[in-house]
Ligand binder design. Structure first.
Ligand SMILES: [Zn+2]
Length: 217
């Protein structure tokens, strides 16, 4: 009798252990990174000074590369677009929120008459450690490209009281990365020559960010 009680108890404990492992694995598998290639279809975003180069294409190219590198390392990736398609800002946020993504990274190219360099935008009330990630990303991309680091900025262009829509309407840490100016030849040259390395360093830093996030939780 005692032996059978002991056997039942041991089986029960084993079952609990198996279940808790399953929960942990399940949770880890649920870590999803949402990658957002800015603009698309009728919305070209910015363009080069001669009008031949469109921001939406550069954004998609880099975003898909970052995604490939993340997936190669076992990270689940959700794209808001994988082709030259129209998708509203509201839909982009809805996708990320629906799948409880752990991080939202929006990839863009900047534009202005004289601007050059790399910058990132985060919410004026961050939802996690995205400032840290944004800093590491701008620094590491500048190191690779030799371009100027314009830093991490809060809010929306000249108004710190407002936010970019995607930063305001996603429920997870999020950032908008401006990978050089499409209006600057030097920035475009760096973008073209170093696309793969830029994608690699973005993916690596995203992975580090997630790893830290998983450890904490
Ligand atoms: Zn843009």
């Amino acid at each position: 009798m005692l032996i059978s009680i002991a056997m039942v108890f041991i089986s029960f404990m084993l079952a609990v252990k198996v279940m808790s492992n399953a929960v942990t694995e399940h949770f880890e598998n649920e870590t999803i990174v949402c990658l957002d290639a800015g603009h698309g279809a009728g919305d070209n975003g910015a363009q080069s000074t001669d009008g031949t180069r469109l921001e939406k294409d550069d954004n998609l190219k880099l975003t898909l590369l970052v995604g490939e590198k993340l997936k190669e390392n076992g990270v689940q990736v959700l794209y808001t677009r994988k082709e030259d398609t129209e998708i509203t800002l509201k839909q982009r946020c809805k996708i990320a929120n629906k799948y409880y993504c752990s991080l939202f990274v929006s990839i863009h190219r900047n534009s202005s008459a004289t601007g050059t360099g790399i910058e990132a935008w985060i919410s004026n009330s961050p939802k996690g450690d995205e400032k840290e990630l944004a800093q590491v990303l701008t620094e590491s991309i500048c190191k690779i490209t030799g371009l100027e680091n314009r830093g991490v900025k809060l809010g929306y262009r000249d108004s710190v009281n407002e936010n970019y829509y995607i930063n305001a309407n996603t429920n997870m840490p999020s950032l908008l990365l401006e990978v050089g100016f499409i209006t600057n030849e030097k920035d475009n040259k760096s973008f073209d020559e170093k696309t793969d390395e830029i994608a690699q360093i973005i993916a690596k830093n995203i992975q580090n960010f997630i790893a830290k996030d998983v450890e904490k939780s």
